[in-house]
Design a protein around this ligand. Structure first.
Ligand code: HEC
Length: 197
């Protein structure tokens, strides 16, 4: 056991001494000797370095067209009135809905929508600003929306499209909420459309 300790400390001392010698070697333009230079000067191409292998000369290549990021679900609709209406026709809530998803939808609504739309969905949120003066009441059965239907008639796909892309002063929420979360909120908005909350 003692012998091993001796060997270890001797090795350490030799290593330290050679390291010190190396450091002292640097002088002016001469950087001294290098251990394992390929640790400093990598043989591989650096991420943003030029690259003679690829046609466009760049190492950091873009992913091929149509690549879908892991965990991302594409939404095949654009931010147009046409696609808003198409979403309304084609989509329905894919989640199996129950009291739990409704409670989760309520919680998410409280975080992302209440400050503009109000806890009851009547458009009376805490934000008082002329820009957000026209927040609709979800239970409104009179004012026609862009779908031609009334607010309390807006369906799954239309609400989902609105959350995804926003509308005028309302910003898009696609980057803040996963599709699953958006569908939970859609369920809760339907609840608010009844106007009984
Ligand atoms: C920054 C304030 C703001 C936030 C946050 C916000 N909204 Fe809105 N929302 C508005 C305004 C303003 C309108 C009316 C837009 C218009 O008609 O020009 C609107 C309209 C809507 C409409 C009706 C769209 C239509 O076609 O008439 C729905 C549905 C809706 N919001 C749902 C939501 C949901 C759900 C959330 C939360 C994920 C949310 N909004 C977050 C401000 C907001």
């Amino acid at each position: 056991m003692k012998k091993v300790t001796k060997i270890v400390s001797l090795t350490l001392a030799t290593f330290a001494a050679s390291f010190m010698l190396q450091s002292c070697g640097a002088e002016g333009d001469h950087p001294g000797f290098e251990y394992m230079p390929n640790m400093y000067r990598s043989a591989s191409y650096e991420t943003y370095s030029e690259n003679p292998v690829f046609e466009n000369g760049i190492t950091a290549q873009l992913s091929v067209e149509g690549t879908i990021p892991r965990g991302f679900t594409p939404f095949e609709y654009d931010n147009t009135l046409e696609d808003f209406l198409r979403a309304g026709k084609e989509l329905s809530n894919p989640l199996s809905l129950d009291a739990k998803t409704l409670a989760e939808g309520k919680e998410l609504y409280g975080i992302f929508c209440t400050h503009c739309h109000g806890a009851k969905g009547d458009g009376k949120g805490s934000i008082k600003h002329p820009v957000y003066g026209a927040v609709p009441d979800y239970a409104d059965a009179i004012a026609p929306r862009r779908s031609g239907s009334t607010m309390n008639e807006m369906n799954d796909g239309q609400i989902f499209h609105t959350i995804t892309f926003g509308l005028n002063a309302m910003g898009p929420h696609a980057s803040q909420l996963t599709q699953k979360e958006r569908w939970k909120i859609v369920q809760y908005v339907h609840e608010l459309q009844q106007g009984s909350n």
